[in-house]
Design a protein around this ligand. Sequence first.
Ligand code: ANZ
Length: 983
Amino acid sequence: MEYVPKDIEDKSKEKWNQANAYKAVNPSDKEFSQQEKYYVLDMFPYPSGAGLHVGHPLGYIASDIYARYQRHLGKNVLHPMGFDAFGLPAEQYAIQTGQHPCITTEKNIARYIEQLNKIGLSYDWNRTLKTCDASYYKWTQWIFIQLFNTWYNKKSNKAEPINTLIQHFEQSGNINIQAESNIKQLFTAKDWQGFSEKEKSDILMCYRLAYHSEAYVNWCAVLGTVLANDEVKDGVSERGGYPVERKLMPQWSLRITAYADRLLNGLETVNWSESIKEAQRNWIGKSEGAEIEFVVKNQTEKIKVFTTRPDTIFGISYLVLAPEHPIVNAITNAEQKTQVDAYVQYAKNRSERERQADVNKVTGQFTGSYAIHPLTKQEIPIWIADYVLYHYGTGAVMAVPAHDSRDFKFAKIFGLPIKQVIQPPIEWDFLQQSYDEKNGTCINSEFINGLPTKTAIQKVIEEIEKRGYGKCVTNYKLRDAVFGRQRYWGEPIPIFYDENNIPHTVDETDLPITLPDIDKYLPTETGEPPLARAKNWKYKNQYEYENTTMPGWAGSSWYFLRYMDPQNNKVFADKINLDYWNQVDLYVGGSEHATGHLLYARFWTMFLYDLGYLNFQEPFKKLINQGMILGNSAFVKVVTIDGIANIFYISDDADEDIAKKIIQDTINRTLRAQHNKNIDEITIERIGFAYRHRPIDYVDDNNFIAITAVGDIENKPIKHLPSDFNKAQTINIDYNNSYYYISEKENKFLCHREVEKMSKSKFNVVNPDDIIEKYGADTFRMFEMFLGPIEMHKPFITSGITGVYNFLRKFFRLYFNEEGVFYLSNEKPNEEELKLLHRSIKKIRDDIERFSFNTGVSNFMILVNKLQELKCNKKEILEPIIILISPFAPFTAEYLWSLTGHNQCVVHQPYPHYNAEYLVDNSFNYPVSFNGKTRFNIELPLNMPKEQVEQIVLANEQTKKYLNNSNPKKIIFVEKKIINIVL
Ligand code: ANZ
């Protein structure tokens, strides 16, 4: 019987479908039987037009093995899959083609489902969801409404209904309230009663967890939208690499900062990698220090600084304000005004990121004013500089150049004093650099002299608190999350504006507010977001809706909860189901979501917990980040003189000789035409073929231009690199106007391969469908796992795939006799066979529990080789192995299981137990040495008395040879270790 994966796959799939094998049972279902639950979740994908490549399923296969294993353990397993279906690519495509993004999205989803099913992933498809379905986003909108109607009570440390805050205002104003808020004003109960409706609405906005405000946002003009901080990388948009600028815009935001401490502390309760936890800690950026107040000389103004180093207070050289600080104008004196204004203007156009990144670009201006040191009463010059950020701390800094490197650079450039106040425990040259460590002893510092840093910090805080100049404070780097996009393809924000322009949430009974149809997916002519184009789209036919939509991360912040009760149309999920399924036991996904999705999802879970909907605060108990699968890209290196180059297209199925000839001819033709010059011989060392077209280039350090040798045989280049070498931006050019130089030195044209991220944009993707077609899904699954530890990045090098395929064939054949008929004998297994089985069960089980799937695969390989050696075809051995392999190779396992005559699916068969008795060795292979030199080995039973061991060893022919008729002086025997004969 030949191993034909295709036939097997169809049969197994049918069986699973008929049995509804992957159904997760809810407590409210009839079949529910108080089973223990296990929830295995994959990060749901954005269904892109390119479909899946072999990198995507890596995590899906790993989690599937685990989910299947949990089913074998008898658990009720929830293993769902859905689609994060709102997103920019579908919308960009809609803009280009006029087609509704829904159409592209649906098409892509269908393709994804087909691909996922081919891999045999055990999803309960009855629970699937799409974030763009109104039946789903109705609840995303509902959660937004809850956020709008809540405030954060710092006293009870939880979110509470906004009505309780209103009651408080009515009774006592906002003076004694401990709330998370960006309010500036204080008011009494009487003031509150006198406020207009609009004023009240504005005040409440400063407390709501979903609020509208003017905020600095990352505006990306090319994409026409605002981006979240984690969507901006190095000053450009993560998607597309377009410039991003800082812009003040009215925005919806979520007050995630209220949860900063809980988000930080919760990390201690989850089983995640230290690197992801650290990324979240840094993103939250908790910083404990003090606010200290400085009086401005001859003025009524005061400046509050935030410092983490109050112990350096006697080393202050100057104060620095962020250029945007509101008192800059008031304290700038007449002589400095022009320079200060010009500097403020300059700084305005620089983003926070630029300002932080440019550590070597030191700029600033003196305001002409002085502050009074609160302790020494000395005068301190006040400067403005853009290394101080307005939105962090108080937007003002006390500069201590001897102990802060940024201040040090600044003081050096502007000739400001540098006064050492900390004695480091090591030798230090204060003329060269500052000593920033929080470790040393105070000197030149009056009452804290001789104190170690940490004690001095406390002492200074106590002192300034006593004198009324400041207090202890904690700051966070975390910012509130902007929650609106000026785009079409997202959830409408369920807000309408009344006649006084006061925002209100729509009635919950009117949800969902569905996305209206519009004529074009572009902003209006007046720059309004696309939703402003919607005709007759008014709440209750009367009021204007909010026309920004929710950001991409809205739907993904709670989808794991909806899977627990996906069809419910009364609540987002029934409490009984939420309580039962509880936390996600295992979450598998990429580490790129470290500070975006994972933080937002935790925030929403904590929020819903506060409102009493959930009985857990952390959504994901265990998290595994699968490594990236890297692609194998092909480049042709052309050594150029002036930096202008072109691309050759060689399709992946082109003959290598033809490819070489095309390159050579093209070069010569161009050189002849442009320079009347011919190159006699061009050595092409190697030409690689990428899998797809890849017109992306880069410039390497040696001014080589690397060009991808891929594409159509048509030989029609379309893009080249700009000659300035600085930007890896590609420009369309006309082929006829391009030309080449080949290095006179090297006079050759090289192609090399590079392993890099697998991505459509790099044209190095491998489609899982192709591999499955050729080798079958089980080979694909086991091969992906065999590539290496799940968390590591690894290249997709297909050379090992036939090895895995042959292993599965060998495994399959164990179940058939020489005539190709399925046959398992009823003969009793011997000790050796039993040992092999039980040890393999233990090893593979341990591998799965440690998520070490690569060693799991190799243990199967060892097992199958041994079984083949032993010519074992015994039912008692081979039947449990079908169950053992089923998480890894489910199609083959299901098929073999059906041949054993069992009617039920293998999916729910209890995982085989190992018998500990077979794990212990009852013999040991002793190395026998003579005067310490090992000569041979001898297998002896354990627990054999020393005398008997000696007798056997001395009687051995080899021993006799080495003794050469002499008598040994001594025989050293260490049980389970060695036998050493001393001559
Ligand atoms: C005086 C001082 C002396 C400082 C010293 C450091 C070392 P983290 O840990 O990141 O919170 N700082 C405060 N607000 C700032 C702002 N808006 N923009 C730029 N820098 C700001 O850092 C806190 C420290 O960063 C503060 O402590 C302050 O400088 C500076 F030997 O105050 B320090």
